[in-house]
Ligand binder design. Structure first.
Ligand code: PA5
Length: 475
């Protein structure tokens, strides 16, 4: 694999997850890491051979700089033309874009004046929630709106329904011919209903990469188009991912940060009873990353069957939290409730803004400890204090620190967490790809909506005691 010229800069501190700090029962020991090292290294070799054989295609996404070039060109063509941009997609088709934009764009980007914002306002339609969809259509100027419909399968009910609503509104506002020009579809290059419609109507299209699950497409056109529209440097996203790929190229569990995190999570769950994994950044901008990771961890590891088709009911429940807000909500439970969680904190070496805390009135001497302080320093001290308090209560935790928040660092984080998840799947002995549980719900929705070919499933659903009609009769 080609190597990146820039170095990965993330720092991982897992001392508070170790038995030397939180005790043998709750913490990872060096012996645990020794024990798992052989399995990790075998799976590393397997992943490498699969990659060499053309599988594990998600690992190649950071190399597609030609696609990034096309996306940058597309974004610079449309950013000044449109006032509004609507992304329609759900799950892996929107969470990565949301995480990237939340991390790297101004938090109130949509409210900034045109000149200061740069590029269109961005609206996300993921849920087919009539109130949100109606409100979005009420807010945007359809004559100046670019619509990006994103579905890898090309048929997800929520996305297709939202798209049909927006497409209809667009046609009504600007006419059929112009509406087609205002739609760009990101979907499978060859198959699916959206592909058919896009070909029929002549939409501009970008590929959802074949052979890559939706939740691992953030570094493809799926995540990069909305990011580029928001003015984010998508080449730097790819460069960061590449740098992490280089750094995480060893099969040694202690030398590879992604494998180390996977091993810690797996041992924490399987030997120490930590059936939940909390991801808690100490900066609002990275809250979207914990949301994106929540889907990645849940859909990849939550599996009924092992790779040998044995019933295992595997998985570790991912929880998203935000420091310091959740210190006033969740931390009481994490510190004193059931000791069933591993907590990964995400820290920032330096915030992008500095806000000094003004000198408090002398008449309130108890506030004088804030004198000369700064908000970022306060927030980071809260993280250090929380990590200490958790460890002091024998609650294992670790910190992933990014020195700064920029596109390179976000690319690094994405790749790190993706590889961590794939290795965790191997340790759980499940296939981290595919999502049969999601598909079951999607199929049941098609059946309930009367889609052709789903009659048998519909009859089955109607016979269930917990069907919708029975539920309505409950007291
Ligand atoms: O990870 C996945 O593949 C899923 O979560 C999908 O992203 C999600 O179900 C949306 O699917 P699609 O992109 O096919 O509309």
């Amino acid at each position: 694999m080609p190597t990146s010229s820039q170095q990965s800069r993330l720092v991982i501190d897992y001392q508070n997850a170790m038995s030397s700090v939180v005790g043998e029962e709750h913490g990872i020991s060096e012996a645990d890491l020794d024990d798992i090292g052989g399995k990790v290294s075998q799976h590393h070799d397997r992943l490498q051979s699969e990659h060499d054989a053309g599988e594990q295609k998600w690992m190649d996404l950071p190399d597609d700089t030609a696609l990034a070039d096309r996306i940058v060109a597309f974004a610079s063509e449309v950013r000044d033309t449109y006032q509004d941009f609507i992304l329609i997609g759900i799950g892996g088709s929107s969470l990565g874009a949301i995480a990237t934009i939340q991390a790297l764009a101004h938090p109130y980007r949509n409210m900034l004046p045109d000149g200061k914002r740069g590029g269109p306002r961005i609206f996300i339609l993921d849920n087919p929630d009539p109130e949100k969809v109606a409100a979005t259509l009420d807010t945007v100027d359809l004559g100046k709106t670019l619509v990006n419909v994103v579905t890898k399968s090309g048929q997800t009910a929520e996305t297709m329904a939202n798209f049909l609503v927006v497409r209809d509104a667009l046609i009504e506002a600007v006419g059929e011919e112009q509406a087609r020009k205002q739609i760009v579809a990101t979907t499978d290059p060859a198959s699916g209903l959206l592909r058919q419609l896009a070909d029929q109507e002549g939409y501009r299209t970008f590929p959802a990469p074949p052979g890559v699950d939706g939740r691992q497409t953030v570094l493809s056109a799926v995540g990069m188009i909305p990011a580029a529209i928001a003015g984010i440097d998508v080449h730097q996203l790819l460069a960061g991912a590449k740098a992490m790929r280089d750094r995480a190229s060893s099969g040694d569990v202690r030398a590879n940060p992604a494998y180390l995190l996977a091993a810690i999570s797996w041992i924490a769950d399987n030997r120490c009873g930590k059936s939940m994994l909390v991801t808690m950044p100490y900066v609002d901008a990275l809250y979207g990353i914990s949301d994106w990771f929540r889907q990645l961890w849940a859909e990849s590891l939550g599996k009924k069957l092992s790779v040998d088709n044995e019933v295992v009911y595997a998985g570790q429940t991912p929880i998203k939290a935000l420091g310091a807000i959740d210190q006033h909500s969740q931390i009481q439970l994490y510190t004193e409730g059931p000791n069933d969680k591993l907590i990964q904190l995400i820290a920032v070496g330096g915030y992008r803004d500095q806000v000094d805390i003004p000198t408090p009135p002398e008449s309130i001497p108890d506030l004088s400890y804030l004198k000369g302080g700064e908000l970022g320093a306060l927030l980071d001290k809260e993280r250090v204090a929380t990590a200490w308090a958790l460890a002091n209560a024998d609650r294992p935790n670790l910190s992933i620190t990014t020195p700064v928040i920029d596109a390179f660092a976000i690319g690094e984080l994405f790749y790190l967490l993706e590889l961590q998840t794939v290795m965790a799947g191997a340790l759980y002995d499940v296939d981290p790809f595919g999502q049969p549980g999601v598909e079951a719900g999607k199929n049941a929705t098609y059946a309930l909506m009367g889609r052709d070919g789903y009659d048998e499933l519909r009859r089955e659903l109607e016979l269930r005691p917990n069907n919708a009609a029975a539920y309505r009769n409950a007291p």
